[in-house]
Design a protein around this ligand. Sequence first.
Ligand code: 13P
Ligand code: SF4
Length: 302
Amino acid sequence: MESVLSKIERLKNEKDAVILAHYYVNDDIQAIADYVGDSYYLSKVAVEVPQKVIVFCGVTFMGESAKILNPGKTVIMPEAGADCPMAHMASIEKIKDVREKQDDLAVVCYINSTAEIKKYVDVCVTSSNALKIIKALPQKNIYFVPDENLGRYVASMIPEKNFIFNDGFCHVHDEIMIDEIEEAKAAHPKAKVLVHPECTMVVIASADYVGSTSGIIDYATDSDAEEFIIGTEIGILYQLKKKNPTKKFYTVNSAQVCPNMKKITLKKVAFALDRMINQVEIDEETRIKAVKSLEKMLELSK
Ligand code: 13P
Ligand code: SF4
């Protein structure tokens, strides 16, 4: 009987498909993916790859962004229910309200947001390009949606701008507690603390490095240190250990797991590709409005 791995390989060739995976998906998916990366890298790759079919091993907003940028390609999600709760934590009414009340305003949207929200914003950002893009915007006032923690971190780094925050959050990162970081530091005094900017400001303040998933991997790989305390989702450990087999990585609690990313399995990849199911559909009116914020992100982060 054909193994699931050979089936995926055969289907990829038959259907002219490429597999993109985020660092938070299960190790066996990262191992077979053609490209693995952070949200920004994956959105760029989605535009550059020649294949007609993209199998996106990530959550809904990632597949939607790939489809918005590539309307001519087929984008398949192996698991239709893999969604990021934070992507739904911005409100169109609130955006309209802030726009009415505030002059000289840019609405900046973390890519972790629905296609519908992207219709109403000026530019998208990811954790790896938010600082560069927001610094380059001419507007003084920034309404940052949906993630409050990332918004506050960016605001602390760009004091010349005035930020308005939204109350969205990622449960995985928001639940990383400063006491847990302190305990991990006490247990591993030589370890550097590397955290994602979706963590709270008090956790961010305790870190040696704050950055996107790719940023964390690069920092650990380039560092002379041998031990690291990791303040993000555990899927990142696969690449950290692969690139740094002799270094040690410690997590801080048992909730550093994104249940949605973990829904994707090899069997679901094979099944979805075989049947060409769970195709991302974006109506053209939404796509035309939403694509502007993503294209602006790609342009400003060059
Ligand atoms: P990155 O862009 O850093 O990979 O983050 C994506 C994400 O969902 C973090 O929770
Ligand atoms: Fe969303 Fe958090 Fe999962 Fe990232 S880790 S996809 S922000 S729920």
